[in-house]
Design a protein around this ligand. Structure first.
Ligand code: COA
Length: 166
């Protein structure tokens, strides 16, 4: 497995990973709105649009035998996270998804992006995870992230926030 920078040619496979992850519970079908939204973020990053540069988006993919099997990003922390930050030099881990779970791909992606963020000079990494991803929350605990608090969404559901010193 190789962890590398995202390329334009990866977009279709990244869309496929998002399509398998953003599923409407009632219909069992991909939530196109979410899939489009998150794929566009990666496209904007590849194209280095003004919006992407402004929020400092950055993406890596995991590749195995020429197939993209995972994606991870970072960006400037969303403003909602700032009250829970421990430093004024944090980066937000954003949009982590793997094609197949429990093969070590998620951990490899997180470790690589941590290494890069350290090199970039960040001293803290934050994560925000919505209630719908609750099953994955112990993954962040396991990788050394500390629960910093919760955020109440407009829906009334709680999102969890973590922080980790880099
Ligand atoms: C969360 C996610 C990225 C984890 O990636 P993964 O490749 O399945 O995780 P890994 O195989 O690298 O696991 C690393 C370690 O965490 C543990 N772990 C992984 N998922 C876990 C879970 N849901 N609960 C508890 N432990 C978990 C593994 O057992 C492993 O432990 P080990 O190092 O002792 O062997 C993946 O499950 C996923 O894509 N989930 C759906 C999307 C999602 O929830 N994304 C996060 C949105 S915020």
């Amino acid at each position: 497995m190789e962890i590398r920078n995202v390329k334009k040619e990866d977009i279709t496979e990244i869309r496929n990973i998002y399509s398998k992850s953003y599923i409407d519970e009632e219909s069992g079908r991909p939530k196109d709105e979410d899939v489009d939204y998150f794929t566009k973020k990666v496209e904007d990053y590849v194209d280095q649009t003004k919006e992407s540069l402004g929020s400092d988006y950055y993406y890596l993919v995991a590749e195995n035998n020429t197939k993209v099997i995972g994606v991870i990003g970072t960006r400037k922390p969303h403003v909602r996270l700032l009250p829970l930050a421990k430093t004024d030099n944090s980066v937000e881990l954003y949009s982590l998804f793997v094609l197949e779970k429990n093969l070590g791909v998620g951990k490899s992606l997180v470790n690589k992006i941590i290494e890069i963020c350290r090199q970039k000079g960040y001293s803290e990494m934050m994560v925000l995870s919505a209630n719908r991803w609750k099953e994955s929350w112990p993954f962040y605990d396991k990788l050394g992230f500390e629960r910093a608090g919760t955020i109440t969404e407009l829906s009334g559901r709680l999102s969890q926030v973590w922080t980790r010193e880099l």
